[in-house]
Design a protein around this ligand. Sequence first.
Ligand SMILES: Nc1nc2c(ncn2[C@@H]2O[C@H](COP(=O)(O)OP(=O)(O)OP(=O)(O)O)[C@@H](O)[C@H]2O)c(=O)[nH]1
Ligand SMILES: [Mg+2]
Length: 282
Amino acid sequence: MKKFNLGAKIASLFGLGRKLSEETYDELEDLLIEGDFGTKATFEISSLAREKKPATKEELVQLVRQIIEPRITQIDLEPVPGKLNAWLILGVNGVGKTTSIGKLATYFNNKGQRVVMAAADTFRAAAIDQLEIHAQRTGTRIVRQNPGSDPGAVIYDALSSASAQNDNLVLCDTAGRMHNKENLIRELMKIDKIIRSRVEPQCYKKILVLDATTGQNTVSQAAVFNEAIGIDALILAKYDSTSRAGSLVQIGLPIAFVGTGEHYEDIRPFDRNQFIDNLLEF
Ligand SMILES: Nc1nc2c(ncn2[C@@H]2O[C@H](COP(=O)(O)OP(=O)(O)OP(=O)(O)O)[C@@H](O)[C@H]2O)c(=O)[nH]1
Ligand SMILES: [Mg+2]
């Protein structure tokens, strides 16, 4: 596991008995930008460091923590008991949406929830079959239609059948790609309207999956989806591989789960304190 470890990089600024100088503040800025922390947090950190003039790596890391901590938030996602819950799983292509649905189904099946999968990525024929495999392997019911059918109709069917069978969590797969961004957003808004008409607001969650290895691009992905339909929570997939999680500081949306591998069990609730400790350890 190779993670971007900000703490170790900060500690190296103090290498060989070096004291912080104008030159090392510039280096600090470079390594924050390189770590995808963004210009705003970088500027705040370097301004604070220039003002407080930390004498040790411990003091500098403490200043960094002060700026980063409020920007990383955690949300505990659980289906509301006794109600119909719909979680719409969103994200650009290849980030790990469908895999995350297999993992979430496993996680909540194990907690005794009644989970259904909705195969609403109808854009790609193989996407439905891929979800079907996850459904079979995890022992989860799936609602599907033919490739090319209306994703909103698939979700409508899934919600109706979940109500009828007293299931309580519908995990909706979606297409990560469309002919263009406008089509994708229009499609998502239609889906959003359908879910809102059938599910109580507190039971409906729009969850964006981000690829933890991606870095800076995740910032614009989050902005596009958040502006289009509003995002309640993030799943950080592929957190097991080389992770570039600095961009989470820029995104500022609450994180619910991290995906840590390719097995169904490789998902866990996000632990903010542990995440910040890992990032800043040296
Ligand atoms: N190592 C690792 N690989 C993952 C994780 N999550 C997903 N993957 C892999 O990432 C690849 C893409 O995953 P999918 O779940 O198909 O991604 P998607 O967002 O549904 O992709 P599209 O449907 O094409 O938009 C697959 O090879 C997965 O095995 C994870 O947490 N860790
Ligand atoms: Mg998929």
